[in-house]
Write a new protein. Structure first.
Length: 204
């Protein structure tokens, strides 16, 4: 769809904004905008206000870096969780994926990505230093490296292992029930649950 086909500049601008979202092409963006135009004005206002509030008010947990409504997320503030075990994941969807298995009762640490020189992402761009700070503070007996089974994931695993190896803790990885090349958030719950339960000591 080209710009000259739009009968309205407002419509075109709205489509252009929706098309900036990941996985949304211009045709999909056009359908979404047209759907909003057909809605009741009050519903559209609620939609817009929800997005604005999300952007203005969302917080990142000061402990694990996951998204939260408060300074400390519900998982980190839950006294029933095993505070001696930290599961290291790439991003927030991975926290949701592991939680959906109902097999893990510890805490999390969200890195915010993985090391990828091709994409210009190095260790300093990730929340690795804060992970080391949590371990250094004491009380941690195990760190589970639950990153995607890709070359970038393995590179990040190795870097974290080197950073944490001086500390007297167990460093484990998911069992390879998660296929090599798979991203964690797309792994089915049963496979991921078994990989959590059957985790292995990290090996270089």
């Amino acid at each position: 769809m080209t710009a000259k086909e739009f009968p309205s500049r407002l419509l075109e601008n709205a489509v252009n904004e929706f098309a900036t979202l990941p996985g949304i092409g211009r045709k999909s963006a056009f359908r979404l905008v047209m759907s909003l135009l057909k809605r009741d004005p009050a519903a559209v206002e609620r939609f817009g206000e929800t997005i604005l509030r999300l952007h203005r008010e969302i917080k990142y947990c000061k402990i694990c870096n996951s998204i939260s409504d408060t300074d400390i997320c519900s998982i980190c503030s839950d006294e029933k969780r095993d505070r001696s075990v930290i599961c290291v994941v790439e991003n927030i969807p991975d926290v949701m994926a592991v939680e959906s298995t109902r097999q893990f009762k510890g805490l999390y640490h969200v890195l915010g990505g993985i090391i990828s020189p091709v994409d210009g992402i190095g260790p300093s761009d990730l929340k690795i230093d804060t992970l080391e700070e949590r371990v250094r503070a004491g009380g941690i007996r195990e760190v589970i490296l639950a990153l995607s089974a890709t070359m970038e994931g393995d590179t990040t695993n190795y870097y974290i292992y080197r950073k944490l190896s001086p500390y007297n803790i167990a460093i484990t990885t998911l069992a390879r029930g998660v296929a090599i090349g798979d991203e964690l958030e797309y792994t089915d719950e049963i496979t991921l649950g078994r990989a959590i339960n059957n985790r292995n000591p990290y090996q270089q």
